[in-house]
Structure formats: structure tokens, C-alpha cells
Design a protein around this ligand. Structure first.
Ligand SMILES: Cc1cc2nc3c(=O)[nH]c(=O)nc-3n(C[C@H](O)[C@H](O)[C@H](O)COP(=O)(O)OP(=O)(O)OC[C@H]3O[C@@H](n4cnc5c(N)ncnc54)[C@H](O)[C@@H]3O)c2cc1C
Length: 286
């Protein structure tokens, strides 16, 4: 496996911004993941795990570490009874479509979420009342020392957009998800309905929702009530249509986006509301 240097991460994120990874690799097997972790340990490098890059904001300076991309090279799936075993790098949307074709469904309301299965587990991604975590039966994970183990559903510690992976250095390699046999047409219709609801989301590059919803309210509603919709810094803008999206109008810097994040946090705090980012911030920001 090739370990590349100074790889621009803007090419690997939905935001289309961000500086380079000092080192970057895309393993195609568990053995290659282990090799990459040995490399990072020997060089004393922090490890950054990247899936489809739809929920990270990488600083303009990039990251001084090893970016280990769990992508399509680890993106297989196989159906076993009423479960599907999935490599963490498979795009979730691709999985949902492929399962539909074979007459399986269950989580088609997540159709259209643009990330990998591993990223979806890390974030406990969700939409329209369901979350990916509630379908997980077991995952195979590896720690940064290269030790592999299996996690039970409870060990994932899933809660709202949160999981054990946000608190411990564990990488999802593979997961087993519950699925149910359903008529193909019914699943395809469910997928179409979920995707239709998404038509209203902003089209400019973004990371989706920037903030988690504060208890009892919606982040977008808070931002709108603060009068910040449409605010622009450089080429980054708080979307005029969906206030919890900060979009890259084209040529934004990561710092532009971060400055808007800081502005929202400050204004919300002045009204007693704590805004927590859902997007993962990588590297240094001012
Ligand atoms: C237009 C748009 C719409 C969106 N809509 C939704 C939505 O409806 N619901 C929702 O929940 N999210 C939504 N998102 C956010 C995002 O798609 C999800 O959070 C997604 O699950 C992230 O997956 P990813 O593979 O892109 O993760 P990445 O962005 O690559 O990574 C996110 C985090 O997960 C970690 N990670 C990734 N893969 C692994 C792995 N294999 N093991 C351990 N850690 C890993 C990374 O280190 C990082 O901290 C949206 C984003 C966009 C751009």
C-alpha cells in the first residue's frame, strides 16, 4: 500500500476545502490498516480516520499526521439471513440501493445521507426519526495499537449523533446490520420518498448540519432567530434556506467557515444557548 505525502484533503471532503494531509493512505484490507497504524506509531504521528469526508472541516493548514481513509477499497457487503455484513468504507446510500434491489430494507429513510457506513456509525447518522446505530448488531473494530475486537450493540454507546468512537481511538472495519425482507418496489418507493424530502437541502458544498440540535429546540431555528441566516464571511455563507448549513459558495477558506461557526456560537451564548458542532474539526483554526 502506498503512503502518499501532502495530499490535498479538499479532494476528499464534501466541503471541497482544507489543506493537505502530511501522510495519506487508503488501505484495501485489514492487514493494510494494521501496517498503516504501525507506520503512524513508528513515526509518532496522530491518526485521522476519514470515510467519505462529508462531516469534516479540515483547516487550511491541513493536518500533521496520517490520514487513513476507510473508503471503497473496504466497501464490500454480504447478506446473511436477516443481516448484512458491510465493510465500513461502503457508501451508506449505495448499500441501501443494493439491498433494495435484492428485496431487503429497514433503514431506507437514511437514503441520501452522503457518507460511508463507518462514518455513519461514528456519527450515529440519522434522518426522519431513525438512526443507523439502532440497526447495528455487532461491529469489528481496531484500536490504534492494532488490536481487533468485536463490539456488541450496547458497547457502541449510541446516542444522538454520538457513539463510543467519538470518545475512544477505535476504527470501524466492518459492521453487521439488521435488515428485513420487503417487496423491492416498496423499498424503492421508500428510498424515493426520503430523497424527495432532501430536495430542499442547499446544493452548495457543505458538511450538512453544522451544529447538533440543542436540547428542546433545533439548531437551524436558533440560528434563524438570531437573525444570522444569509450571513457571509469571505465565500462561506450561513445558508439562506437552511440555517444549520454553512455552505461554500466557491473559493471559501476553512477559516471563513470556522469564523461563521464562532459567530453563531458567540451570538447563541449571549442568549444562554450552547451550540455544539456536529461537524468534526481537523487541524488548527484561529
Ligand atoms: C448534504 C449533506 C447532507 C447530510 N445529511 C445528513 C443527515 O440527514 N443525517 C446525518 O446524520 N448526517 C448528515 N450529513 C452528515 C454526514 O453525511 C454524516 O455524518 C455521515 O455519516 C458521515 O460519514 P462520512 O463517511 O462522510 O464520515 P467522514 O466525514 O469521513 O468522518 C466523520 C467522522 O467519522 C470518523 N470516521 C469515519 N469513518 C470512520 C471509521 N471507519 N471508523 C472510525 N471513525 C470513522 C472520522 O474520523 C470523523 O471524525 C450530511 C452531510 C451532507 C454534506
Amino acid at each position: 500500500m502506498e503512503i502518499r505525502e501532502y495530499v490535498p484533503l479538499r479532494d476528499y471532503t464534501s466541503y471541497k476545502i482544507g489543506g493537505p494531509a502530511r501522510f495519506f493512505c487508503e488501505p484495501a484490507s485489514v492487514a493494510e490498516v494494521k501496517n498503516a497504524l504501525v507506520f503512524a506509531t513508528k513515526q509518532g504521528l496522530p491518526v485521522y480516520v476519514l470515510g467519505s469526508g462529508t462531516n469534516v472541516l479540515v483547516s487550511d493548514q491541513g493536518v500533521e499526521g496520517l490520514v487513513l481513509r476507510i473508503g471503497r477499497k473496504l466497501g464490500y457487503f454480504s447478506i446473511e439471513n436477516e443481516s448484512v455484513r458491510v465493510g465500513a468504507g461502503l457508501p451508506l446510500d449505495h448499500l441501501i440501493g443494493a439491498l433494495a434491489d435484492e428485496g431487503w430494507g429497514g433503514f431506507e429513510r437514511l437514503a441520501g445521507i452522503p457518507g460511508s457506513v463507518g462514518g455513519g456509525i461514528f456519527m450515529n447518522a440519522g434522518a426522519y426519526g431513525i438512526t443507523l446505530g439502532s440497526f447495528v448488531q455487532e461491529s469489528m473494530v481496531i484500536d490504534h495499537q492494532g488490536v481487533i475486537r468485536r463490539l456488541s450493540p450496547a458497547e457502541h454507546k449510541f446516542s444522538y449523533r454520538d457513539s463510543i468512537f467519538q470518545h475512544q481511538d477505535l476504527i470501524v472495519l466492518e459492521t453487521l446490520l439488521s435488515i428485513i425482507p420487503l417487496p423491492r418496489e416498496q423499498v424503492i418507493q421508500g428510498i424515493a420518498e426520503s430523497k424527495k424530502k432532501r430536495h430542499r437541502l442547499p446544493l452548495f458544498p457543505s458538511c450538512g448540519s453544522t451544529f447538533r440540535n440543542p436540547p428542546g429546540t433545533y439548531a437551524g431555528k436558533v440560528i434563524e432567530e438570531l437573525g444570522l441566516k444569509g450571513t457571509q464571511i469571505g465565500q462561506a455563507q450561513i445558508s439562506p434556506t437552511h440555517a444549520n448549513f454553512i455552505v461554500n459558495l466557491g473559493g471559501a477558506s476553512s477559516q471563513d467557515v470556522y469564523s461563521l461557526i464562532k459567530l453563531i456560537k458567540k451570538e447563541a451564548a449571549a442568549h444562554g444557548i450552547t451550540m455544539e458542532t456536529e461537524v468534526r474539526l481537523w487541524g488548527e483554526f484561529e
